[in-house]
Design a protein. Structure first.
Lengths: 111, 115
């Protein structure tokens, strides 16, 4: 079992650009959650996908959007990037009966 | 609204000494509680979790935590720290039902271990 895998591992983008991050959940997991972890902070919940729909959302602007595919993998899209979007983006997968398992994250740098 | 407070931003201990990391939470219902560990630039690894039942839970790497409902606390302990325990530790709270999978994290406690 490969666990939760995220791609890419590192990414550098320019302000105003758009970015897509990808996540493959742990085998058997049907729920994917995304978190943003700014330097020196704890992870902040962005949103959660289940059955290809956004089920819960944290306090993030509409520039942050996502998608879940039939195979349960997920994408996080961020439009109109700001310098403040620079962070480690973590994907977590789970089921109703398990805790969240985290991937290694994608380090996004906006310049 | 749910929240987690980790009062200690940075703790330094000597190798072999005991460790206690503090965590206080606020949650409107019976919570799920977690401790995760993160090495620099890496993802989060689950150390232990509390869902229900025995309030003293055992985790990996010799860690344990005690759930105290009256104090809204879930402190992490280890009797003897190893140099490899140096990392950042996060306490998190979550719910079940419609809220499962959504975690609220504390700001983390950085652990430094002196030889």
């Amino acid at each position: 079992d490969a666990g939760v895998t995220q791609s890419p591992t590192h990414l550098i983008k320019t302000r105003g650009q758009q970015v897509t991050l990808r996540c493959s959940p742990k085998s058997g997991h049907d729920t994917v959650s995304w978190y943003q972890q700014a330097l020196g902070q704890g992870p902040q919940f962005i949103f959660q996908y289940y059955e290809e729909e956004e089920r819960q959302r944290g306090n993030f602007p509409d520039r942050f959007s996502g998608h879940q595919f039939p195979n349960y993998s997920s994408e996080l899209n961020v439009n109109a990037l700001l310098l403040g979007d620079s962070a480690l983006y973590l994907c977590a997968s789970s089921t109703r009966n398990t805790e969240a398992f985290f991937g290694q994250g994608t380090r996004l740098t906006v310049v | 609204a749910q929240s987690v407070t980790q009062p200690d931003i940075h703790i330094t201990v000597s190798e072999g000494a005991s460790l206690e990391l503090r965590c206080n939470y606020s949650y409107g219902a019976t919570p799920y509680l977690f401790w995760y560990v993160q090495s620099p630039g890496q993802g989060l690894q689950l150390l232990l979790k509390y869902f229900s039942g025995d309030t003293l839970v055992q985790g990996i790497k010799g860690f344990e935590a005690e759930f105290k409902r009256s104090q809204s606390s879930f402190n992490l302990r280890k009797p003897s720290v190893h140099w490899s325990d140096a990392a950042e530790y996060f306490c998190a709270v979550g719910g079940w039902g419609a809220s499962y999978g959504k975690l609220t994290f504390g700001q983390g406690t950085i652990l430094t271990v002196h030889p």
